[in-house]
Ligand binder design. Structure first.
Ligand SMILES: [Zn+2]
Length: 466
């Protein structure tokens, strides 16, 4: 048995902040005791980590990533190996990625494909949601089996006709199934049928630059789809989790639904909190770096997102990490914004950007941990193994230096992508030591992890329902 003792830090969870020593045995936290107390002073360990002046926080849980996702004729540039290594560098120790059902195939075939991509390659722990692209009798039955084996959430798309899109009838059927089997329906809420008309009209009028990606994917079409998803979920009696909320009108729809007592939840992402249509409008095709869906919105929307995070109308911040290199990948859309692969890198930056939000006064420290660690773990059935520091929890722990200064840059990041969406941004705070199930994987700017350390996590059903 190996014992690790983390001494003298400020332990921050979603629930509290305490000066405590943390005792780890093998892969688990076994005890906490007040720093300087007789109990803590009596502990011995093989490894003692001095955390004085640092935060001791749960490893981040990023519930929305797309490693190696096939999209628009290319693949997201991070593999499970490079993407989870970058996650570890940034203090994230669990990712939930999306396995994809291709149209005409079974859920099982898609899930097996994603297991094969990830197995033996991950630096930190991982789990899967299932994208359901083809709702039929078979896939509905398979949903039950997947829930039983620990894949307890299913993503549907109101966008991307001809690829991932489901019509309202299919969505309703999947939601009814989720209401029965406990699976949580995750929704990409944008009216893709209407958006495709606006795309066609924009291109016909010669409006081909990246900024038009943002203009055709109208705020109202996100709000409308969000409203419709809420109503369909209500009819089905199912809980609903709306991914990557970016428009203030969509936040308002969620707030209204929650005020009515519905199990409706919303996630936003760092790009919507820190970037805007100003980035999409950058000249010389640079705007392509910021093309993602839902799109970045005008700056004014950020206040509504921060407010939603404070008031719990939004519960989770995930990255939707889906990187494509500027050279050779984003460039596929030169002269036609609709051919720019959709997605931004961010898995390495999330914990730091949200800590900067603490520094900036948008959220409290405990709320930082809640939206980045505890709630994503609860939402997707990983709590309290993940998302907190408590006896019995996995020893996924980050020693975080709140005073470190860094400048975000592609020159120093570890994601396999040739640009940073936050290039040049100064942030305060940095993960100094990152522990995954008792193993130190990053320490003082050295990577000590390995591909294959990360273990697949089966999940319970949603633990966040009212
Ligand atoms: Zn996504």
């Amino acid at each position: 048995m190996s014992r690790t003792l983390i001494r003298g830090g400020l332990v921050i969870t979603a629930a509290e902040e305490v000066h405590a020593d943390v005792l780890v045995e093998d892969e688990s936290v076994v005890a906490l005791a007040a720093t300087g107390s007789t109990v803590a002073e009596g502990w011995t360990a093989d490894t003692v980590i001095d955390a004085a002046g640092k935060y001791v926080i749960p490893g981040g849980v990023d519930a929305h990533t797309h490693m190696e996702l096939p999209f628009g004729g290319t693949f997201a540039s991070d593999t499970f190996e490079t993407g989870t290594r970058a996650a570890a560098w940034g203090g994230t120790t669990t990712i939930v990625d999306f396995a994809v059902q291709s149209v005409g195939e079974s859920l099982r075939a898609g899930l097996d494909t994603w297991h094969a991509k990830a197995e033996g390659n991950c630096a930190v722990d991982y789990a899967f949601h299932m994208i359901v692209s083809d709702v039929d009798e078979n896939s509905l039955k398979e949903m039950d089996l997947l829930v039983e084996e620990g894949v307890t959430s299913f993503k549907l798309f109101m966008a991307y006709p001809g690829v991932f899109y489901s019509d309202d009838g299919r969505i309703l059927r999947a939601m009814q199934r989720g209401a029965d089997n406990g699976g949580l329906i995750m929704m990409h809420a944008e009216n893709g049928i209407a958006i495709d008309v606006l795309v066609e009209q924009a291109l016909a009028a010669g409006r081909t630059d990246p900024r038009y990606h943002g203009e055709v994917r109208r705020e109202l079409l996100e709000a409308e789809a969000t409203h419709r998803a809420v109503r369909l979920a209500e009819v089905a009696g199912a809980p609903l989790y709306v991914v990557h909320v970016s428009a203030q009108q969509a936040v308002a729809e969620l707030a209204t639904a929650r005020d009515r007592g519905l199990n409706v939840f919303g996630e936003t992402c760092p790009q919507y909190l820190f970037l805007s249509t100003d980035n999409l409008a950058e000249p010389d095709f640079e705007g392509a770096k910021y093309v993602c869906s839902t799109p970045l919105r005008p700056k004014e929307h950020q206040a509504a997102l921060w407010r939603g995070l404070r008031t719990n109308d939004l519960q989770v911040v995930s990255t939707d990490h889906c990187p494509f290199c500027f050279v050779g990948q984003k460039e596929l859309g030169r002269g036609d914004f609709s051919k720019i692969p959709n997605g931004l890198p961010g898995v390495e930056n999330r914990m730091d950007l949200l800590h900067q939000a603490v520094v900036d006064g948008h959220i409290s420290r405990r709320r930082w941990i809640e939206i980045a660690c505890a709630t994503p773990a609860r939402m997707f059935g990983l709590y309290p193994r993940k998302g907190t520091i408590a006896p019995g929890a996995d020893a996924d722990i980050v020693i975080y230096d709140p005073d470190a200064e860094q400048v975000v840059s592609a020159a120093t990041h570890h994601m396999n992508v040739d640009y940073s969406a936050y290039e040049g941004k100064h942030v305060r705070g940095k993960a100094r030591t990152v522990i995954s199930r008792g193993t130190v994987v990053v320490d003082q700017d050295r990577y000590l992890g390995r591909a294959g350390h990360g273990r697949y996590q089966t999940r319970e059903t949603c633990q966040y329902l009212v």
